[in-house]
Design a protein around this ligand. Structure first.
Ligand code: CFM
Ligand code: HCA
Length: 535
C-alpha cells in the first residue's frame, strides 16, 4: 500500500465510512470500477452542490431567452440565480431576450400562510402587460411545494387567459438529490410542452440540434461558428442562446448532438423514442475532442462532400491556432490538474488539458449519476435511484405522424461500433492508474486531496475556489470561467491555455502564508477532524 492509498483508505474506512464508495483510485485502466453516485449528501457536510431549482431554473430553462421565467418563492432564490451562470444570449431580430432580468413573486410570510397562487397570477398579469412574452415559465422554490400552491392550474389559466404558452415546473429545491433532479424535471417539461409543437422544416439536408450546451462564456457560439463553416444548419440549442421559438421545431432536425449528457440525456432519449431522432455524444471542449466530434458527425451523415468539407475546416482551424497551441504546450506540458465541477465538465476538460500535455490526476462530479462515471451500460443495473420516487419518468411511444428513423436498425448497430451513437462511455474509462475519482466532493475532501496529491492547478467553482487559491494552489473557476471564455472549440482552446498559463505562472497567493496554514493537517491527525484545521 503506498502512502496515498493508505491515506485514502484511512479516511474512507475509519474517518467517514459512508464516503468509501464515493472515492476510488483507478486501477487497471481503462477501468470499469464502480462508484456510488446520486445519493443524498450527508447532513452537516459542506457540499458544493446546488439544489433541484438550480438545475431546473438556473441550468435548463433559464437560458431560453424568449421565455419569461418567474421564480415563485421568497426573493433569495431568484436573486441568487440571477445572472450568476454566464449563459450568454442575443435576441433574434425582432425577438425577445429576458436573460438580464430577474422575475420573482417575492413571497412574504402572509403569502406562505394564506397561499401564493393569487400573487403568482398577479405577477403574471404584470409580466404580460409590460413585456408581452411569447412564453412564461413558472419555477417553484421550496415553500411552494410545502404550502401546496397549484402552479399547474395557474399555468393552465394563464394559457387560456392570455393565449400564450405557460409551463409550470414543480422544481422545489428539496425535490431530489441536487441539480440533476431539476434537469430531469425541466427535460420533462420541455418534452411535454414545447418540442414537437412547431412545423418549420430545416432548409438544408444536414440539420442538427445541440443538446446540453448552455453557451457559458460564449462556448455555444464557438461551436456554432465551426459547425456552420462546415455547412450544418442548427435548428435549436438546448438551451444556451436557445429559444422557445426554435425549440418547437427540434423534432424536425436530423440528428441530436449531446454535449452535457447529465443535464439533457432525458430529452435525447425521449426524442429518440418519440421521433426516431438519433443522438450522438460529442465533446467540443478540447482540440482533439472537437476534431473527433466533427469527424463522428460527418461519419453519421455519410456524405462525401460533407466529409471533405469537415477535413478542410479542421485543417484550416488547426493552422490558425498551431503556433499558439505549441507555445502554451511548451509552458504547460507535464503539469498536473484536479477538476471538480457539476456533471460534465470534469470529464470534458480532461480532453482539453491533454491537448496541452496536462494530466488530470483528480476528478469528480458534484451530482452526476453512475452512467456519467461508468458509462450508460450500467443503467439497466440501477433499479431505483434517490430521485425515482419524486420525479416522473416519462415513457414515449413513436409519434404516428412524425416518427422517422433515418437508418435501419442494422445500420445503426454498425455505426454504433464506431461512434458514440445513443451512448456515453463515461469519465472513468478515460482516467489512468493512480488517478483519484471522488463523487460529491466536500470542502474537507477538497483541501485534503490537494495536500495529498499536490496538483499544479485545481479547477472548481465559485464557492470553493478562493480557499484553494489562497492556500497556494492556483484555481480557475470552471462554471463561468472566472468571467473569461469561450473555452470551447478551436479558438476557445487557446483562450483556456492562456488563462491557465497565467494562473500557474503568476501564482501570487503561493507567496503568502494563510492564517490556517500553521495548523495541523487533518489526514495526518485524523483524530481532530472538525477541530483545529478549520479554525
Ligand atoms: Fe452540464 Fe453545465 Fe456541467 Fe450542469 Fe451546472 Fe454549468 Fe457545471 Mo455549473 S449543465 S452538468 S448543472 S455542463 S451550471 S453549464 S458549470 S455545475 S459541470
Ligand atoms: C448552479 C450553477 C453553478 C454554480 C457554480 C458554483 C454555475 O449549479 O446552481 O457554485 O460554483 O455554473 O453557475 O453550477
Amino acid at each position: 500500500m503506498n502512502e496515498r492509498t493508505r491515506m485514502l483508505d484511512h479516511y474512507t474506512t475509519r474517518v467517514y465510512k459512508n464516503r468509501k464508495d464515493h472515492v476510488l483510485q483507478i486501477e487497471n485502466a481503462p477501468s470499469s470500477q464502480e462508484i456510488a453516485a446520486n445519493t443524498r449528501t450527508i447532513p452537516g457536510i459542506i457540499t458544493n452542490r446546488g439544489c433541484c431549482y438550480a438545475g431546473c431554473k438556473g441550468v435548463v430553462v433559464g437560458p431560453l431567452k424568449d421565455c419569461l421565467v418567474i421564480t415563485h418563492g421568497p426573493i433569495g432564490c431568484g436573486y441568487y440565480s440571477w445572472g450568476t451562470r454566464r449563459n450568454k444570449a442575443v435576441a433574434e431580430p425582432g425577438g425577445q431576450n429576458y436573460l438580464p432580468y430577474c422575475f420573482s413573486t417575492d413571497m412574504q410570510e402572509s403569502d406562505i400562510v394564506f397561499g401564493g397562487e393569487k400573487k403568482l397570477e398577479q405577477a403574471i398579469a404584470e409580466a404580460v402587460e409590460i413585456f408581452h412574452p411569447a412564453a412564461i415559465m413558472i419555477c417553484s422554490t421550496c415553500p411552494i411545494g410545502l404550502i401546496g400552491d397549484d402552479v399547474e392550474a395557474v399555468a393552465k389559466r394563464t394559457e387560456e387567459k392570455y393565449g400564450i404558452k405557460c409551463i409550470a415546473f414543480s422544481c422545489e429545491g428539496y425535490k431530489g438529490v441536487s441539480q440533476s433532479a431539476g434537469h430531469h424535471i425541466a427535460n420533462n417539461g420541455l418534452m411535454k410542452h414545447i418540442i414537437g409543437t412547431g412545423d418549420k422544416r430545416p432548409a438544408t439536408k444536414h440539420a442538427i440540434n445541440i443538446l446540453g450546451e448552455y453557451n457559458i462564456g460564449g462556448d455555444g457560439w464557438e461551436q456554432a461558428r465551426i459547425l456552420k463553416r462546415i455547412g450544418y444548419e442548427i435548428v435549436t440549442v438546448f438551451t444556451g442562446d436557445g429559444s422557445f421559438q426554435t425549440m418547437k421545431n427540434a423534432h424536425l432536425a436530423d440528428l441530436n448532438l449531446v454535449m452535457c449528457h447529465r443535464s439533457i440525456n432525458y430529452v435525447a432519449e425521449m426524442m429518440k423514442d418519440k421521433y426516431g431522432t438519433d443522438w450522438l455524444k460529442v465533446n467540443f471542449i478540447g482540440v482533439e475532442a472537437t476534431i473527433q466530434s466533427l469527424r463522428d458527425i460527418a461519419k453519421y451523415f455519410d456524405d462525401p462532400e460533407l466529409t471533405a468539407r469537415t477535413e478542410e475546416v479542421i485543417r484550416d482551424e488547426l493552422a490558425n491556432i498551431a503556433d499558439a497551441v505549441a507555445y502554451y504546450k511548451s509552458k504547460l506540458k507535464g503539469k498536473k490538474a484536479g477538476i471538480f465541477v457539476g456533471g460534465s465538465r470534469s470529464h470534458h476538460y480532461q480532453a482539453l488539458l491533454r491537448d496541452f500535455g496536462v494530466e488530470t490526476i483528480i476528478a469528480g462530479y458534484e451530482f452526476a449519476h453512475r452512467d456519467d462515471y461508468e458509462g450508460r451500460q450500467v443503467l439497466p443495473t440501477i433499479k431505483e435511484d434517490a430521485d425515482s420516487k419524486n420525479i416522473e419518468n416519462l415513457v414515449m411511444t413513436p409519434d404516428p405522424q412524425l416518427y422517422k428513423q433515418r437508418y435501419s436498425d442494422e445500420k445503426i448497430e454498425e455505426l454504433r461500433r464506431e461512434l458514440p451513437l445513443g451512448t456515453y462511455a463515461g469519465m472513468i474509462r478515460d482516467m489512468k492508474d493512480g488517478h483519484v475519482v471522488i463523487d460529491d466532493f466536500n470542502h474537507f475532501e477538497t483541501e485534503q486531496i490537494i495536500k495529498l496529491m499536490k496538483p499544479d492547478i485545481f479547477f472548481s467553482g465559485i464557492k470553493d475556489k478562493y480557499i484553494i487559491q489562497k492556500g497556494g494552489t492556483p484555481s480557475r473557476q470552471m462554471h463561468s470561467y472566472d468571467y473569461a471564455g469561450p473555452y470551447a472549440g478551436f479558438l476557445g482552446a487557446v483562450n483556456f491555455a492562456r488563462d491557465i498559463t497565467m494562473a500557474i505562472y503568476t501564482n501570487a497567493w503561493a507567496f503568502v502564508t494563510p492564517p490556517w496554514k500553521n495548523h495541523s493537517t487533518l489526514i495526518g491527525t485524523v483524530g481532530t477532524v472538525g477541530g483545529d484545521d478549520h479554525a
